[in-house]
Design a binder for this molecule. Structure first.
Ligand SMILES: [Zn+2]
Ligand SMILES: [Zn+2]
Length: 179
């Protein structure tokens, strides 16, 4: 295994003829070498990832269009309950031939460039997965979170649950009891 193929996201496209219009399909399954996601929700390290995509030769490089499937786990941002989310997200990225990228005066760091026959799909896949995730993941759309008085889930508390709000002006009388 050489350094170009160490990451499972680096796909060798040597089977794809470099003629515009040629196409090959790929179906890869591997455990992710890094967690992918946001702090409250992520595909954990080692979780199975499936990448299905087609690679199409175009004039300037290879256009990759496909989908990533996996399972993310995390915590509800309101009640901290464990949540799971199916990831099934499309992605598309153009990988330029290195020779074309060098010619392009507009070229900048955002371009994806083939490294020989190898396309590194990690960033496009990571971006697609993160974009598919809610910024504030919740267990249910109407999760009411936790009672600020006792930290219990509102879902588990009786309807009339509440805490007496002690008005600070009366705290001096807190120890007072009627005769
Ligand atoms: Zn919740
Ligand atoms: Zn409470």
């Amino acid at each position: 295994m050489n350094s170009k193929t160490q990451s499972p996201f680096k796909v060798n496209l040597h089977e794809l003829p470099r003629r515009a219009g040629e196409m090959r399909t790929y179906d890869l399954n591997f455990p992710t070498p890094e967690a992918i996601g946001v702090p409250l929700l992520q595909i954990p390290l080692g979780a199975a990832i499936e990448l299905r995509f087609k690679a199409e030769s175009v004039d300037d490089g290879v256009l990759i269009t496909g989908e990533v499937k996996s399972q993310a786990i995390g915590e509800c941002g309101r009640c901290l309950e464990k949540i799971e989310m199916e990831i099934d997200q499309r992605f598309q990225e153009l990988f330029l031939y290195a020779s074309r990228a060098a010619e392009d005066p507009e070229a900048d760091d955002d371009l994806f460039i083939l490294d020989g026959d190898v396309a590194d799909l990690e960033v496009p896949v990571r971006d697609a997965v993160i974009l598919s995730m809610p910024i504030n993941p919740v267990c249910e759309a109407d999760c009411e979170g936790l009672c600020s008085g006792c930290g219990e889930k509102w879902r588990d508390l009786p309807e009339d649950h509440g805490h007496e709000i002690v008005d600070p002006r009366w705290t001096g009388l807190a120890g007072w009891k009627p005769e």
